[in-house]
Design a protein around this ligand. Structure first.
Ligand SMILES: [Zn+2]
Length: 250
């Protein structure tokens, strides 16, 4: 399976990356994990606009889902007519939330373009991927993911504070793609985001093969983010996500 990082900027787009979005491909199937602000534009460098087979939204914060509005327009009004519906796996309430975000009346909202499927914790197959989901620790309902294909696996934290569920999702995964929104410091809010050091501690507890730090907030110093993660007990490779970076597993 191939992972391409479309957007890894935390909380809002940065000068060199859209907000959260990740493209996973296997056996010709293309799954988008999150579709944050600005990601639909950059996505088109790496996949055809209509070559996406499914979308998963970890949660309904704007920086993880709002480009679904742009994608709705792209799929609904192209020359030649609307493109077929594709599934959007998301927390409950996503169809109404996205209709309101765009200002669409319900029904139909976006349901002619997208088949909204409500996520719940557990396992399901999406195309060729085995997908496990679990609630992580964030102020709105948020799912962490583990995607498996041909014996390889990628775990994705979404947005979370410290989370035992994330450790389980990432258990011996080849790669943990983990948010690192905070740098170490006093007075950090709990149950919201991870520091780079905490991200690496989660990777260590899970026994993950490698760690890519993502959801990098533009106001943070990236060198310090990497340095603080490397000061943890995690012994595998640690790197910072970058828009356009691609990784083949298996
Ligand atoms: Zn969030």
């Amino acid at each position: 399976m191939r992972l391409t990082i479309i957007g890894c900027s935390g909380s809002f787009p940065g000068p060199d990356s859209p907000a959260s979005s990740y493209l996973l491909e296997a056996e010709g199937f293309r799954l988008l994990l999150d579709l944050g602000s600005g990601s639909l534009g950059v996505l088109q460098r790496y996949a055809g606009l209509y070559d996406i087979d499914a979308v998963c939204l970890s949660h309904l914060h704007a920086d993880h889902c709002l480009d679904l509005c742009a994608y709705y327009v792209a799929r609904t009004f192209p020359p030649g007519g609307p493109r077929p519906r594709i599934p959007v796996y998301a927390p409950g309430g996503a169809a109404s939330r996205m209709a309101r975000a765009y200002g669409l009346a319900e029904p139909p909202g976006m349901t002619d373009a997208f088949e909204f499927v409500t996520l719940s914790p557990g396992s399901r197959r999406i195309g060729p991927f085995e997908v496990a989901t679990a609630h992580v620790n964030h102020p709105v309902e948020t799912f962490g993911f583990r995607l498996g294909h041909a014996g390889r696996s990628i775990a994705y934290s979404a947005d979370t504070g410290e989370s035992a569920a994330l450790v389980e999702l990432a258990r011996e995964a080849d790669l943990l793609l983990c948010e690192a929104s905070f740098l170490d410091g006093p007075g950090l809010p709990s149950d919201l985001h991870l520091t780079a050091r905490q991200a690496a501690q989660h990777a260590a507890r899970a026994g993950a093969g490698q760690l890519i730090l993502t959801h990098l907030v533009p106001w943070n110093d990236r060198a310090r983010t990497l340095e603080q993660a490397c000061a943890s007990t995690f012994t595998g490779p640690i790197s910072l996500a970058a828009s356009g970076q691609s990784l083949e597993l298996g």
